[in-house]
Design a protein around this ligand. Structure first.
Ligand code: RB5
Length: 136
């Protein structure tokens, strides 16, 4: 199972914590984004890298963290085959998988903070796609 996780400078803590969650679950994880919060990065550049990897089949799951999650999701969703969802709480974490079959989970570190990113990512990963009326 291969995942790719990226952030800009506003999402570094959430990115690191998300990688730990995935490693603990046995995922092989690639990482993109700045090394420190002082190193400014343009969020679209990172979103393009993660969306490209997911559409190319190099990773089955992407995680993106920025200040709000919104810019990352807007950029990633330009790519055919990408279903990027902004996750703000437990309910959106569950629905993003169960109903939307999201393949990129986007989080806003300045909105919910790293602890909730970890909790909501766990829920996202634990939830299967329901299929049926949500297909297509
Ligand atoms: C960076 O300042 C901020 O604009 C970015 O992290 C994100 O929130 C954009 O959607």
């Amino acid at each position: 199972m291969k995942a790719i996780v990226g952030s800009d400078h506003a999402g570094i803590n959430g990115r690191k914590d998300a990688i730990e969650v995935l490693h603990n679950r046995g995922w092989d994880v690639d990482e993109r984004g700045p090394k420190t919060a002082e190193e400014k990065a343009d969020y679209p550049d990172v979103a393009h890298q993660i969306a490209t990897a997911v559409t190319a089949g190099e990773a089955e799951l992407g995680v993106l963290v920025c200040g709000t999650g919104q810019g990352m999701a807007m950029t990633a969703n330009r790519y055919s085959g990408v279903r990027a969802a902004v996750i703000t709480d437990e309910f959106t974490a569950e629905m993003a998988r169960a109903h939307n079959n999201a393949n990129i989970a986007c989080f806003g570190e300045r909105v919910i903070g790293p602890e909730k990113i970890v909790a909501h990512l766990q829920t996202f990963l634990d939830t299967p796609f329901e299929g049926g009326r949500h297909e297509g």
